[in-house]
Design a protein around this ligand. Structure first.
Ligand code: FES
Length: 279
């Protein structure tokens, strides 16, 4: 590997709005574990944003991230090409996924959450679990990491909102069917939009199936100092960046998380509009 630290080694579009970047970061790659994230800054005037790692290779000294281009910073990320470099990159951050042999684990993911789900499924499979994966997207062209997740799963279920591939409906429908079919499920792991994780946690609660969710609160420093990523777990305040990002889904206050994640919407819209007008 001859790239400099934070150089983009490879850049590609997974869908029109999702960019995957492989970045030279040997110090992060050698410590990274499934479930962790990084904080990055695109350029010296940019904001720090958290992104989960979709892969890491200690051998190549690289990490891989996948970003949904919805705001100014992620849109800037989407313009980067191989040979460009990031201004800063910090990680690995957050607690890794608890890797033990639970028995059978159902991993449920949607949208950009599928990028994080891939290393989690892979690591839980390596830990000896029987892995059932349920993945979903609005339409088949927006499904990402399908082949990679299939490769590390014992069973894969695909769902699309419009029925263009797999089950016509939601990931929660498939999980409900597995439960109704009396499949032996020891743990459910969910990552994706807040509403999806909330639905999954509400679904498994009456069955008392331990459910882990990977939360995405707004972060500033990512190291437990600013308090931006406060989440309420079982009535107690926790920090998503250092106490998470994974928490017991049955204890998460999803309403509070949803409200807190909307608090800069107006500013984000202005920033994005200015970026588009400048560009
Ligand atoms: S992002 Fe600042 S405390 Fe977590």
């Amino acid at each position: 590997m001859c790239a400099n630290v934070y150089d983009i080694v490879k850049a590609e579009k997974l869908t029109p709005d999702v960019t995957r970047l492989e970045i030279a970061a040997p110090h992060i790659a050698k410590k990274a574990m499934a479930g962790q994230f990084v904080m990055l800054t695109v350029d010296e005037h940019g904001e720090r944003i958290p992104l989960t790692m979709a892969d890491f290779s200690p051998e190549n000294g690289t990490i891989t991230i996948a970003a949904l281009e919805i705001g100014k910073t992620t849109k800037k990320l989407g313009t980067l090409k191989a040979g460009d470099s990031l201004f800063s990159l910090v990680g690995p951050l957050g607690l890794p996924t608890e890797l033990k042999n639970h028995g059978t684990v159902v991993c449920v993911g949607g949208g950009i959450g599928l990028a994080l789900m891939y290393p989690v499924v892979r690591a839980l499979k390596q830990a000896g679990n029987q892995m059932i994966s349920i993945i979903g997207a609005k339409t088949k062209d927006l499904l990402i990491y399908e082949d990679e997740i299939e490769d590390v799963s014992d069973e894969l279920h695909v769902c699309t909102d419009d029925g263009s591939k797999g089950h016509h409906g939601f990931v929660s429908d498939v999980l409900q069917k597995l439960i109704d079919d009396k499949r032996d499920i020891n743990v459910v792991y969910a990552v994706g939009p807040i509403i999806m994780m909330k639905v999954i946690a509400n679904l498994t609660k009456p069955y008392n199936i331990h459910t882990v969710v990977s939360l995405n609160p707004i972060m500033v420093d990512g190291t437990g100092m600013c308090g931006s990523c406060r989440v309420i777990i079982d009535g107690e305040t926790k920090f998503g960046c250092v106490d998470g990002p994974e928490f017991d889904g049955h204890k998460v206050d999803f309403e509070n998380l949803t409200a807190r994640n909307r608090r800069y919407l107006a500013e984000e819209e202005v920033s994005l509009r200015n970026f588009k007008e400048a560009g």
